[in-house]
Design a protein around this ligand. Structure first.
Ligand SMILES: Cc1cc2nc3c(=O)[nH]c(=O)nc-3n(C[C@H](O)[C@H](O)[C@H](O)COP(=O)(O)OP(=O)(O)OC[C@H]3O[C@@H](n4cnc5c(N)ncnc54)[C@H](O)[C@@H]3O)c2cc1C
Length: 441
């Protein structure tokens, strides 16, 4: 069968890989000039580095399994991570449960309660019971006090902005589960990162697809999907040269965000309503190449809404800085509405906006430390998953037979991640192959 995959991110490439192995012919169309989507890289200090910070958890079995199949599992290295939290003008170490129990930000009894509270969430196995309550309400009711108001509430606010009190509790539950699974009680957290960046995975997939029965077309944006006779689809594709070409496919898998899909094909009201009901936050990310260390942490949560960003990820506190010409690599990250004015700031204005606040993180910080900096924005970075979502998830099977959708709004209850995009990409490939086999009987 002739199959089109729209999007060369984790979901699209892993689906294409499996479809080829099932014996089909696959064309992958990608509007950007690069593969990898949200997990793609730019060159920083002579090495590839993700546009937005990326790492893996020990429970990311699907991506690990794929790396194994591609014979690149050995390139996945596990590093000891360190987590800090900025609150009330200070940095606190919050890597291990022991750190939480000695956290001077909170009164003694609250620390003990926080430690037991976190362990109690870890013990919850059935997230279905948490479906109809927001994380904010649940934290207020079950934790409350300073631990809620000084730690979790500001974290929810900085991660989800005005949606902070709408996020379903399963999101919080799954975050705690994955982070805990990657942690050892005394030793703290370990996180995975491939030698050579996430490119190692995407380059291997690209090579495989292009060498077998597939082809990846970069800078080819799919503009329209037209249902045609005999349940086939014509795709209008805006090519690299600015021409619109039309090609016919038996099956189509779109891995585009939910707000893009209805622009490609007309959809019945009910399905479109499901797609529209999930809002996305965008992300803006500044990457600084600086000559000194900013903090001692890989991951710094900002639990202070006076600071205009939600996290600082000091990549070189995980990965050796020799890969980046000896510079410290710092991501400053923010999730926000696409209408937010910060989203419209250009690279230099965003840096100027953030600069005074970096001194609050490290008072020795000086602009002269910056050797270079890079800007990236991602329009569909984080879906907002509200309560009772299991009954509202848009299905992968669309109202058109043989047309499928896979994107991050269909990952639940886990938070979006490359691991889960690979999982759904591969699941859909299996479904398509099964349907093809059934239709040939
Ligand atoms: C800041 C940030 C940090 C993250 N950190 C981590 C992390 O630490 N670990 C982790 O595992 N995950 C992380 N993620 C999440 C992870 O990157 C995503 O969940 C995953 O990459 C999504 O893959 P995807 O294939 O579903 O979608 P995408 O990567 O969004 O791929 C979709 C592709 O479709 C293309 N496309 C869209 N429309 C068209 C069209 N009309 N025609 C052709 N092509 C089109 C896009 O250009 C894109 O390349 C992070 C995400 C962000 C934003």
């Amino acid at each position: 069968m002739k199959i089109a995959v729209i999007g060369a991110g984790a979901a699209g490439l892993s689906a294409a890989y499996d479809l080829i192995n099932y014996g089909h012919s696959v064309d992958v169309f990608e509007s950007s000039y690069f593969v990898g989507g949200q997990a793609s890289t730019i060159e920083v200090g002579g090495s590839p580095l993700e546009r937005g910070y990326h790492h893996l958890f020990t429970t990311d079995y699907h991506i690990i399994e794929l790396m194994n199949e591609l014979s690149i599992k050995d390139s996945l290295v596990w590093y000891k991570s360190s987590v800090g939290t900025y609150s009330d003008g200070k940095l606190y170490k919050t890597t291990t449960p022991i750190d939480l129990m000695t956290l001077s930000l909170l009164p003694f009894m609250e620390r003990i309660r926080l430690g037991f509270f976190t362990l109690s969430i870890k013990k919850i196995k059935d997230w279905n019971k948490l479906e109809n309550i927001t994380a904010n309400e649940w934290l207020q009711n079950n934790l409350g006090g300073d631990a809620y108001s000084k730690l979790w509430e500001p974290l929810l606010r900085s991660k989800f902005g005005k949606y902070y009190d709408q996020i379903g509790m399963p999101w919080f539950w799954s975050k705690i589960q994955t982070r805990f699974a990657s942690r050892k009680f005394f030793k703290g957290e370990v996180l995975g990162y491939p030698v050579g960046s996430f490119d190692t995975i995407f380059n291997k997939l690209t090579e495989y697809i292009n060498r077998h029965n597939g082809k990846i077309f970069l800078e080819h944006q799919v503009k329209k999907i037209h249902p045609s006779i005999r349940q086939k689809f014509n795709l209008d594709i805006n090519t690299k040269d600015g021409e619109i070409t039309r090609t016919n496919y038996d099956y189509v898998l779109a891995t585009v965000p939910s707000f893009e899909f209805p622009k490609l094909i007309s959809l019945p009201k009910n399905y479109k309503k499901l797609l529209d009901s999930v809002k996305y936050l965008a992300a803006v990310v500044l990457i600084l190449e600086i000559k000194e260390k900013l903090t001692d942490y890989y991951w710094l949560n900002i639990a202070d809404t006076n600071l205009p960003f939600l996290g600082i990820i000091e990549h070189t506190n995980l990965i050796n800085k020799d890969f980046y010409n000896g510079n410290t690599i710092v991501y400053i990250t923010n999730y926000l509405d696409r209408e937010d004015y910060v989203y419209s700031l250009d690279k230099n204005d965003l840096l100027d906006y953030y600069l005074p606040h970096l001194k609050m993180i490290n008072n020795k910080f000086d602009k002269s430390w910056i050797r270079d900096f890079h800007y990236n924005s991602l329009s569909a970075a984080q879906p907002i998953i509200t309560t009772g979502y299991s009954s509202r998830i848009p299905s992968h099977e669309t109202p058109y037979e043989k047309l499928y959708l896979a994107n991050t709004t269909q990952i639940y209850p886990e938070d979006r991640g490359t691991n889960y995009s690979i999982k759904i990409g591969r699941q859909i490939a299996k479904t398509i192959n099964m349907n093809i086999s059934l239709s040939s009987y």
